[in-house]
Design a protein around this ligand. Structure first.
Ligand SMILES: [Zn+2]
Length: 172
């Protein structure tokens, strides 16, 4: 089932989310809903707080090549356990901050550990767009948005645009 995506500014997007204890069917359904919502948007990543659920859960699929097989990843309690000194700059966007993009510098390669949908511990090294995306999504679980990396003036400009967008949507 598709869920509504919260738009910044929203207090739920600023919260530190709680770790998940057991991987229940309820949580698996939540992850499936998040994947459906992400693909529909369309986006390459989504974190639970973006649909108002304050659990440490993210989904992502950064396969972009035409005709390539999808690779949906579901990560409970994901954490970066190592990061490269080498950095990468990507123009990032966010489903909670529609149509706003800005360059963010992050480690180029990160080792991430998480619990998969079957309850198994997984780890993998991510590079390039996957690394940027997984770091962006994990940030959401700590109440951090990509605009928090920008200079205050630029961040305020984007926030004002989003407040205007929310007012327009509320009237529609
Ligand atoms: Zn985001």
């Amino acid at each position: 089932m598709k869920r509504a995506i919260l738009i910044h500014p929203d207090p739920r997007l600023k919260k530190v989310c709680a770790p998940v204890a057991d991987i229940s069917d309820e949580l698996r359904t939540l992850a499936d809903d998040m994947l459906e919502t992400m693909y529909d948007a369309p986006g390459i990543g989504l974190a639970a707080p973006q649909i108002g659920v304050l659990d440490r859960l993210i989904v992502l699929d950064c396969v972009k090549e035409e005709g390539a097989a999808a690779r949906p990843l579901v990560m409970f309690n994901p954490r970066v356990i190592a990061a490269s000194d080498e950095t990468n700059v990507y123009e990032e966007g966010c489903l909670s901050i529609p149509e706003q993009y800005a360059e963010v510098t992050r480690p180029k390669v990160v080792d991430v550990e998480w619990i998969d949908r079957d309850g198994n511990l997984q780890s993998e090294a991510f590079d390039g767009l996957w690394a940027t995306c997984v770091q962006h999504e994990i940030d959401h679980l700590d109440g951090k948005l990509f605009i928090d990396y920008l200079k205050p003036l630029k961040r305020q400009m984007i926030t004002r645009k989003m407040q205007k967008l929310k007012r327009e949507r509320a009237r529609a």
